[in-house]
Structure formats: C-alpha cells, structure tokens
Design a binder for this molecule. Sequence first.
Ligand code: ZN
Length: 157
Amino acid sequence: MAQVNPVQVDDELFREIILDHYRHPRHRGLVEPADVATHGHNPLCGDEIDLSLRVRQDQVEAVGFEGQGCSISMAAASMMSEEVQGTSLANTKDLIRRFRAMLLEGQDPASLGDIGDLEALAGVRRYAARIKCAMLPWTALEAGLTQLEGSDGRNRD
Ligand code: ZN
C-alpha cells in the first residue's frame, strides 16, 4: 500500500473546504439594519469587501458581507462570518487574535482551540502574497469593532 503523506491529505481537504466556501458563501449580503459597516480593500490582489454587523447585548446577532476578489479572500470572509455569527464580542475579539496567531505567527491551529473551518486557511501562510487576502475580512471586522466601541453602544438594548 502506498504511503500517504498526511500533510498532502490535509492540503486536499483544506482546498475543498476553501473552494466550498468560495462557491457557496455563507452570510453573503449585508445585514439590515446594521450597527456598523466597514469596507476593506487589498490593493495587492484587488480584493474588496463590505462587512456589516448587527450587535445586541454584546452578541453578534447578524453578520453579512458583500465583495469581490480571489477565492482566498471570499472564502475567508465566509468562514469568518460563520464563526462570528451568534457569538459574543469578547469571543469575536479572541477569534481575531487566534486567527492572527495562526496566519501571521505560524501557531499550530491545533493549539488554538476550535476555530472551525478557519483551520483550512493555515496553509495560506506558505504563500506570502495571499496572507493579506486571508486577513482582509478580519481587518474589516476589527475596524467594525473599533467603530462600535467608538459609537458608545453601552446603552443599546
Ligand atoms: Zn486576494
């Protein structure tokens, strides 16, 4: 029996997951009404994303995006939205931290707890030019959270 390299198996699986999110994006479309809306742009690749969030009682009640760009950026936006929808703002910030640790610092995804399909993007680290593509929705998300804090949502609901 031929030896199967587990890394190659993972790559194959991860490629399938990325393509699935690209072809069937989750949470596509802006949410209405939204508390924050941000725009992200990656000039290196030409990726564009609009991200909108509705927040109630420190929970992301709804998240949605519109955009155009490469498969990595669009799949990353879909995966991110899936993880962020319905979770707390604190958890959202923690996800941003963990995703960054995986992609920018090269931390083993297995040491980062459950990050869902996002793990499939770990391999992007090997392609320096694509890291910004995978980070784009996260940069937009972080800008959205900063906007939210600046708008003083303390009394909301
Ligand atoms: Zn791109």
